[in-house]
Write a protein that binds this ligand. Structure first.
Ligand code: SAM
Ligand code: SF4
Length: 355
């Protein structure tokens, strides 16, 4: 197995079979310690000890889709729905700016209320009010023309997890109305339109095998995204997958480190889902090669309604107001939070901070 790590460290590709074999050994402690050490060294070569923060604004929990794993799915009638007003979103950005955030991530379900006109208006206002900040969208599958309009209005980045690189697995996770090819095409469009693009997947989602994860790795290497969002699947009690177990900490950390070794310059968050399954999830994620954290900037009153999964962490260290304690906890492991847009190295224009 070490030979595979040597090859990845040297920037050489692994085949799907080789990745699968490596992933099957994720419980091997000596191997994973070695992998984490190499992932940390790789991330430090590119990003030093810096940790980038993004202020996450979950602006609507309405969704027209019915993904089987997600608590926001339209069939979930138990969920109290909300959508933030434009002024509320801008005020979240304002508080975030004062706390040191220079990237805002607008995330939501696929909510038909937010037409292209409304999105363009919102994006333009944020762009105007915060010219030194990056704006990331995570609002699902749209037409190429819609993506073009958002980009033109000032959106810099887009997160659209591919969810799985295995088409049959995609069909298992989604209703027939959603297509793997369409999602993959969206990612292609986003890249062509000049966004910094994030894809990604859940670890331990129902029906996932090591072969699926190996396919994800081969896909990531070929697509070479700017960001990878990767966290454990966590069941939500009002979804068809309520009875499935959550993805494990050790496999999630192993996958994070593999992504770092495969794509050394990638922006890689230690996700809220990781903090939800383990109290030290975020720190362990950083120590496995992650270099981004995305605390929650949504208004307190709605935070408990964006329930993709059960027991979602949104207070304490996951809250944007707690950025000081986040900085402290990063310091305790030798890293430091920076006030910066935190662009991908290939997209930096002037200084590394883009400021
Ligand atoms: N609606 C947009 C989309 O699907 O791209 C953005 C919001 S969606 C809630 C963001 C991500 O949450 C999804 O891509 C999915 O990977 C993740 N997610 C949804 N349900 C989850 C669950 N039960 N456990 C962990 N992650 C989940
Ligand atoms: Fe909607 Fe995104 Fe949840 Fe699917 S994952 S139901 S698109 S919010």
């Amino acid at each position: 197995m070490i030979e595979y790590l040597d090859r990845l460290t040297a920037g050489e590709p692994l085949s799907e079979k080789e990745y699968a074999l490596l992933i099957r050994h994720h419980e091997d402690q000596a191997l994973s310690e070695e992998l984490f050490a190499r992932a940390r060294a790789g991330r430090e070569r590119v990003f030093g000890k810096e940790v980038y923060i993004r202020g996450l604004i979950e602006f609507t929990n309405y969704c027209k889709n019915d993904c089987l794993y997600c608590g926001l799915r339209c069939s979930n009638r138990q969920l109290e729905r909300y959508r933030l007003k434009e002024e509320e979103i801008l005020s979240c950005c304002q508080s975030g700016y004062a706390l040191g955030f220079r990237t805002f991530v607008l995330q939501g379900g696929e909510d038909p209320f937010f037409t292209d006109e409304r999105m363009v208006h919102l994006i333009s206002r944020i762009r105007q009010a915060f010219p030194d900040c990056a704006l990331t969208l995570s609002i699902g599958e749209k037409s190429r023309e819609s993506y073009r309009r958002y980009r033109q209005a000032g959106a810099d980045r887009f997160l659209l997890r591919h969810e799985t690189a295995d088409e049959a697995h995609y069909r298992f996770l989604h209703p027939p109305a959603l297509s793997w090819h369409h999602r993959m095409n969206c990612l292609k469009d986003l890249k062509e339109l000049g966004y910094q693009v994030g894809c990604g997947f859940m670890v331990g989602s129902p029906g996932q095998t090591c072969d699926c994860l190996a396919k994800d790795m081969v896909f990531l290497r070929a697509f070479s995204p700017h960001m990878v969002g990767l966290g454990p699947f966590i069941p939500q009690h009002d979804t068809p997958f309520a009875g499935y177990p959550a993805g494990g900490l050790s496999l999630t950390l192993f996958m994070l480190a593999l992504v770092r070794l495969t794509l050394p310059s990638v922006l890689l968050p230690a996700t809220t889902a990781l903090s939800t399954i383990h109290p030290e999830g975020r720190i362990r994620g950083i120590l496995a090669g992650a270099n981004v954290v995305m605390p929650n900037l949504s208004p307190l009153l709605v935070r408990d309604k964006y329930t993709l999964y059960d027991n979602k962490a949104f207070l304490g260290a996951e809250a944007a107001e707690a950025v000081d304690s986040l900085s402290q906890s990063m310091k305790s492991i030798g890293y430091h939070v920076v006030v910066s847009r935190g662009d991908h190295p290939s997209c930096r224009t002037t200084s590394p901070a883009g400021e």
